[in-house]
Design a protein around this ligand. Sequence first.
Ligand code: PLP
Length: 630
Amino acid sequence: ERIYRVNRWGAGYFTIGDNGNLHITPDLANPDIRIDFNSVIEEIKQEGIQFPVVVRFHDILRSQVACLNKAFRENIEEAEYQGKYMGVYPVKVNQMREVVEEIVDAGEPFNYGLEAGSKAELITALAYNTNEDSLTILNGYKDEEFMRLALLGRKLGRKIIVVVEKFSELISLVKISKELDIEPLIGLRSKMTVKGRGKWESSGGDRAKFGLTIAEIINAAGYLRDNGLLHCLKLLHFHIGSQLTDIRSVKEAVSEGARIYAELYRMGVPLEYVDVGGGLGIDYDGSQSTNDSSRNYNMQEYVADVVYGIKEVCDLENVPHPNLVSESGRAITAHHSCVVTQIVGEIKSSSGNLDTSYKEDEHVFVTNMRDLADSLPEADNIQEIFNDASQYKEQGIDAFKLRVLGLEELAKIETLYWQIMQQVQMKVSTQEFVPEEMQELDYNLSSQYLCNFSVFQSAADTWAIDQVLPVVPLTRMNERPTVNCSLVDITCDSDGKIDQFVSDNGLADVIPMHKLNPGEDYFIGLFLTGAYQDVMGDMHNLFGRLNEVHIFSYDDDPEDFYIEEFVRGSSVEDVLSIMQYNPTAMAQDVKRMIDKRVASGDIKPREGVKWTDFYEACLAGYTYLKPVKK
Ligand code: PLP
C-alpha cells in the first residue's frame, strides 16, 4: 500500500487484498462486495479475449452518479436550501453508448440529465435523455441546425436549455424560434474573472474562449426583453476549468456566479437555475494536494461549498435560491474503467552478460575501467569513482569513433561501466545526501518494462499534458517489488512511455515492479482512465481501439461477477478502412502475388494457400501483440 497508494487514489473502489491481488468494491453503498481482479483476468482469458483489454465496472459508474446526487440532496436538506439539484452529465467526457446509457439509467431516480457540446452530442442527448423531468444543457458553439435540433427537443417536451456562448448565437436562436414558433429555454454563459488553478485554468479569466462579458449579459437580457422572450431566460452558467485542484477557486467562482445571478434576478431576469459547470477534480496521484493531478478537497466538500456558497449570497441579497446544476464528468466516469495489459519484455541499459576478463594486448582504456571496478569494494570516495567511470566511458566512445578501439573492447567498457554504476547506486542510496549528478542514476539504471498497449490510444493525457494516472501490478502486491522500472509501449515512438508514477513521497520517474518470472504472465492495470482517456486516443502506428469487457457484480454473492458484454476492439481491417484503404482489395492483391509465385514454382501450392489464409487472418485480427502462449 505504501508503494502504490491504492487506498488514496482508489477512493474506496480499489484496495489491496490479503492475497496481494487488487480488489474492487464497485458500489460504495455495498461495501461487502469485493471482486478479486485476478478472477476477472482469469474470466477474460477463459472467454478467449485477447489483451490489452479495457475493463469497465458499470457498478462504479452507477455508484458515482448516486454519490454525487445524494451529496447534493443531503446538503440541500441540511442547509434548508430552497432549490433542487438538477445535475447533468457532459457527454464529451466519455461518449461511449454503454457509458451514457448506464449514467442515464442510474440517474433516472434523481432526474439527472445530459450536457451536450456539439451537434452529434445533441443528437445523442435527444435520443437518450428521454426523462422529461431532467435537463439537457447545450454548451459549445452552435449553428442554425443546432438551434433547430434544440427546438425539436422543446417540441418533444424536453427541458432543453440552449446556453449562449456568444452574442450572435442569441440573435440566431431568437430568429429561428420565431420562425418555428417554438419558445426556447435559454441560458447565458458568463465569462468569469476567477481563474481556476490547474491545467485547465485558461477556461476562466478575460481571455477565456467561451462566455459573455457582464456587459454582454446585460445586453442579452435587454435583447430578449425587446423581443418579448425575457421569460425564456432561465439559466446562468459558468465553468472555470476541469480538474480544479484548489477548493479556493471553486468557492470564489461560486460566490462570483451567485452575485451575478442575484443582480440579474433583481434586474427582473427570472432566472431559475445556476449551473456551476464541471471542475470537480480527481485525486489521480493520491496526494490530496493542489498538484495538477490531484485536488485538496473531496466530493462532499465540493458539494457543500456549492450549496452553502450560493445560499449565503442569495440570503444576503434577498433573492430566491435557484435550482442548482453541475456538469461533473471526470468525477462521474474516471474510476469506472481501466486498461489491463501484460508486460511482454524488459529493456535494460545495463544488460548483456559479456565476459570482461583481461585479454592480452587490450587497450589501456579497458584496463583502466576494470581496475576502477576492482577498486570499488574498498573505495571510500564514491563521487571520484562516478566521475572516473563517466570519463573512461566517454573516452572509450571517442576512441571507438576514431577507430582506436574495436567493437568488442567498447562493449567491455560499457559493461564494466554499468556494473560500476550499479554498485555506486547501491552505496549512494544508503547516504542521506545524494549529489546532484548521481540523482539520475536510479532512473538510468532502471529497467523499462515493455507493455502491450499504446499510450496514444489508451492514455493520451499522460503524453499530451503530463497527466498522472495510477499504474499497479494486479497481483503479487504482498511481495516486495525489486525492479525499478518505467513503462514503455509498443508504438515505434520514443514518446510512447509512462515515466511519472504515484509514489510514497510524491511523484517518481520509476515505479517498483516485480521481477518477471519466466513462463508466468505479469498483468498491470492503468487506472482512472474512464474520463477523457477512454475516448480521446488516436491510432498512432495503427493501434486501434481495445477489446472491452463490461463487468457487473451480483447483489447476492459478494465475490462473484459476470462479463455482461464483450465489445470487440478494432481489427486491422477496421483501422485500415478508417485510413481509406480497401482491405478486401489488399487481400486479393496479395493472393494474386502469392498465386504468381505458386505458378512460377517458387512457392508450393499448399504453402501458398497457407500464406494467403495467414494474411487474411492477420487482417481480421487484433492490432496489438499476440503474446507467446504460456
Ligand atoms: N462543462 C463544460 C462546459 C466543460 O467545458 C467541461 C470540461 O471541461 C465539463 C463540463 C466537464 O468538466 P469535468 O470533467 O471537470 O467535470
